[in-house]
Design a protein. Structure first.
Length: 135
């Protein structure tokens, strides 16, 4: 009968909606994991270069944003790969400087660490690397 067919159709629609929501949830989790790794790479880039420039020491920051318990990696190997990748691709950012004339203090040499790290953070090179990391 038509009622039987409609009930079957409703069940199929309900199943499809549930599967779709499940897929969206998985996609959102993966997107969150990618974003967390991007954020971690930015922090690593900034820390590495500001330390190299002599601006600060990591232990002075008391920043526990990425304490060992909340790292966005599923393995130590994955974490070490990320550290190596960031270091290799950003290790000289602190050496890039620019001369600025300031009216109050005259000419001063300044770094471009934040700008360079943000470019790295938004780069396709970093996104591609993160997507290739094995979960």
């Amino acid at each position: 009968s038509i009622w039987s067919q409609m009930k079957t159709m409703q069940k199929l629609i309900l199943i499809m909606v549930c599967l779709g929501m499940s897929s969206l949830s998985i996609a959102a989790q993966q997107s969150d994991q990618i974003q967390a790794k991007l954020d971690y790479a930015l922090k690593q880039c900034l820390d590495q270069n500001y330390v190299q420039s002599g601006a600060y020491k990591i232990e002075q920051l008391n920043d526990f944003s990425y304490h060992i318990e909340n790292l966005p990696f599923s393995s130590v190997e994955q974490h070490l790969k990320m550290i190596g990748f960031v270091e290799e691709n950003t290790k000289a950012f602190f050496t890039e400087t620019e001369l600025m004339h300031l009216e109050t203090s005259g000419d001063r040499q300044g770094n471009k660490i934040f700008e360079k790290c943000m470019q790295f953070y938004h780069s396709q090179h970093l996104k591609k690397f993160i997507k290739q990391l094995k979960e």
